[in-house]
Design a protein around this ligand. Structure first.
Ligand code: GLU
Length: 495
């Protein structure tokens, strides 16, 4: 079968040259697991660090795994994370289409070219797909390897179904280089004559991946280390075509513990799960960047990096081949740091939906509550439970009034509330300062420690032992009427 060289040359003429080009090539599974997010981030960072081009390619050839709406999850996650792409299905580009199923007809001529070069062959043997996919590779000489050109032509003319297989040399070794794993050499006899084009004319994933990376001019391939074992076969393909081999960066898996990879199926969180749990995108990205990469030189001690700082600092030599363990406690630390670093306005904006989950009363100002929370918050999802008392005074135990450090017990608290209620009633303009001054002056005139007065006021106002903010802030936010109502209820409780 004649190879359509014009078609191949036209595609090759479109390949941009002279710039770093990287791609993130997710399969649309419906969520972004942490390892994928890391691959996306590293790939994006390599492009941006080198003023290169970042490409999004959707690898959807495995139709069995397709999930409705899954591609949108990819776009949404990338956009949310700020990992902007320069070329991709939605924005186009010179080497499209960028969705693998839309490229389906493009691979056969490349396989035919390989046949012509002797690096692949038509195979007419009847093997079931499951035999092909079982992964149990047992190199038995395939009779089709040795068919003459005439026999092949006759079979094709007779319409015999075929696959095209890679012709792996039976002897010798193949060496490939990976940035973090170094040189890896395998014996060719351990590699199988993998199928490149299936009986239905469509490419296998392994073949499409190589052709696409070439036609898209990819200079750096970043992907999970599960693809390491395929890399020698990829190299043989590149060599047979005479194409330049990209720089490989295989990343070790992100682990749940020393033995197990993180897995969504086993309940480990995906990116979306982390966001739903109240982690900030920037904190997740910062943490994920350090799962398998570390900065060098004067930055080697730095932990907190904005995306822009990562672009400056990111160097592929810092990628480690040892598997990284995902440590949620560490992520908590990053998240708390990021929450504290937000401006009060930004924090109020991200916290408000969580505050409103439990504080429905529109008269209560969510921004004022946010100001109390910022310094003490590790996760946004902790918020609703911390601030629920603003909406409704919970049932609380009279024992809450007893506190050693504040020198209080129910009797003392009764006296304190009795004095506090008129002092607060006399405030005309209910500001934080007015509430503060009224209580501080009252403590002075009663000759008690501030805490002895503040403790019962806070307990009666909040009905909780632990609250964000002290008595003054809580009373201020509740407003005068509600504060006095609650203090009177406290007094009743104390008899
Ligand atoms: N589609 C593959 C995956 O999601 C990507 C493999 C690659 O980047 O080469 O695992």
């Amino acid at each position: 079968m004649a190879v359509d060289m014009k078609f191949i040359e036209e595609l090759e003429s479109r390949i941009p040259k002279g710039k770093v080009r990287t791609r993130f090539a997710p399969s649309p599974t419906g969520y972004m697991h942490v390892g994928n997010l890391r691959t996306a981030l590293y790939t994006w960072l390599i492009a941006r660090h080198n003023d290169g081009t970042f490409i999004l390619r959707i690898e959807d050839t495995d139709q069995g795994r397709l999930v409705e709406g899954a591609v949108d999850v990819i776009y949404k996650t990338m956009a949310e994370c700020g990992l902007t792409h320069d070329e991709g299905p939605d924005v186009g580009g010179p080497v499209g289409p960028y969705v693998q199923t839309e490229r389906r007809d493009l691979y056969l001529p490349f396989a035919q070219l390989l046949v012509e070069k002797g690096a692949a062959y038509y195979c007419f043997c009847e093997k079931s797909e499951s035999e092909e996919d079982s992964g149990e590779f047992n190199r038995a000489a395939d009779p089709c390897r040795e068919l003459s050109a005439e026999e092949v032509a006759a079979n094709l003319a007779a319409g015999k179904p075929y696959v095209i297989r890679q012709r792996i040399p039976t002897e010798g070794t193949t060496t490939f280089h990976d940035v973090s794993f170094g040189d890896i050499t395998v014996e060719n006899k351990t590699l199988d004559d993998q199928v490149l084009i299936k009986r239905d004319g469509l490419p296998t994933y392994n073949f499409a991946n190589v052709v696409d990376d070439h036609l898209m001019g990819i200079t750096h391939v970043v992907r999970g280390s599960e693809y390491l074992s395929s890399a020698p076969k990829y190299n043989l393909l590149y060599e047979a075509f005479g194409w330049e081999i990209p720089t490989y960066v295989h990343c070790s898996p992100v682990m749940r513990d020393a033995q197990n990879k993180m897995s969504k199926r086993h309940g480990d969180p995906s990116y979306e799960d982390l966001i739903a749990k109240g982690y900030l995108t920037n904190a997740v990205l910062n943490y994920v960047a350090l799962l398998g990469w570390s900065p060098k030189g004067e930055l080697s001690e730095q932990e907190i990096f904005s995306l822009e700082e990562l672009v400056d600092a990111f160097d592929i030599a810092g990628i480690s081949k040892s598997p990284a363990i995902f440590d949620i406690v560490k992520l908590d630390h990053f998240n708390a740091t990021y929450l504290r670093a937000l401006t009060p306005e930004e924090f109020a904006r991200v916290a408000e939906p969580y505050i409103r989950q439990s504080v429905k009363n529109p008269d209560i100002d969510a921004a004022q509550i946010a100001a109390l929370l910022q310094a003490r918050c590790e996760h946004l999802t902790d918020i609703p439970e911390k601030v629920d008392f603003f909406d409704e005074l919970p049932e609380y135990d009279i024992e809450f009034f007893t506190n050693k450090k504040s020198k209080t017990n129910p009797d003392i608290c009764r006296d304190m509330l009795k004095a506090a209620i008129p002092a607060l009633t006399s405030i005309d303009s209910w500001t934080n300062e007015a509430v503060h001054d009224a209580l501080i002056n009252l403590a002075a005139s009663l000759e008690v420690k501030n805490a002895t007065l503040m403790w019962p006021v806070r307990i009666a106002a909040a009905g909780k032992l632990v609250t964000p903010g002290g008595a003054v802030e809580i009373c201020h936010i509740l407003g005068k009427d509600e504060t006095l109502r609650r203090l009177n209820l406290g007094l009743e409780k104390l008899g």
